[in-house]
Write a protein that binds this ligand. Structure first.
Ligand SMILES: O=C(O)COP(=O)(O)O
Ligand SMILES: [Mg+2]
Length: 232
């Protein structure tokens, strides 16, 4: 863990990003993206390349996957390929996806500390709920807001602000745990503290980011939460 960081006094809400933060979903997303590529006679992308395409929603990932094969899609084509991707990926949500180390424990520890918990993800809400349910985490969350829930996606702060509205707290009494520049920008725009987790799908190393603190894995949140209990 880098820097001397303590969770804010009066913390009410812990928000988690999903892809790359709570779960390693890239293997399933890569299988689905490559089935789509094969269907259109295009080259397969290695897992690492697909990892770098995740973070701004599945529609953007589809655009990037075709672009990496030299294909630019117009709006109508993108809408059609996106629909195809949703069908293919919808059948691969939890085949290869795994929880990140300590992710379940971190969500449960936030709950046990009396805090509200939520997921704010650019992935669709329905898919996110299916994945969270598969890992027994849906019941541990007070809210799930996805990229199609009616709010502007991260890096816009809307989802984060909506989560605070739902819980009835100020953004400074919440914290976002994420893995990418989109998470950091959303938190900054919402004036919410931001913890970034290494090893997710960030295009740039999160060490060099301006997050309040960088942790190696979601489980490191436990130490921060226990600091909160000691301060109480
Ligand atoms: O669907 C995506 O591209 C990323 O979703 P995330 O916001 O949970 O990282
Ligand atoms: Mg993410």
């Amino acid at each position: 863990m880098t820097g001397a960081f303590a969770l804010p006094e009066g913390l009410r809400l812990v928000l988690f990003d999903l892809d790359g933060t709570l779960v390693d979903s890239a293997p399933d997303i890569a299988v689905a993206a490559n089935l789509l590529m094969a269907r259109h006679g295009l080259s397969h992308h290695p897992l690492d390349a697909v990892r770098g395409m995740i973070g701004d929603g599945i529609e953007t990932l589809v655009k990037r996957a075709f672009a990496a094969n030299g294909i630019g899609l117009d709006a109508a084509e993108l809408a059609e390929r996106y629909r195809e991707m949703l069908t293919v990926y919808g059948a691969h949500l939890v085949k290869l996806t795994t929880l990140r180390q300590g992710a379940a424990e971190a969500v449960r520890a936030a709950r046990s500390a009396g805090l509200a918990t939520g997921v704010v993800t650019n992935k669709s809400e329905g898919f996110s709920r299916t994945i969270l349910e598969n890992f027994g985490l849906l019941a541990e969350l007070d809210l799930v807001i996805g990229g199609d829930s009616g709010f502007a996606r991260k890096p816009d702060p809307d989802m984060l602000l909506e989560a605070c509205r739902k819980v009835g707290c100020s953004p400074v009494s919440a914290v976002l745990v994420g893995d990418s520049a989109a998470d950091l920008s959303a938190a900054r725009a919402a004036v919410m503290p931001c913890i970034l987790v290494q090893g997710g799908y960030s295009a740039t190393p999160v060490d060099a980011s301006c997050a309040d603190v960088v942790i190696a894995e979601p489980g490191d949140l436990l130490a921060l939460l226990s600091g909160l209990e000691r301060a109480a």
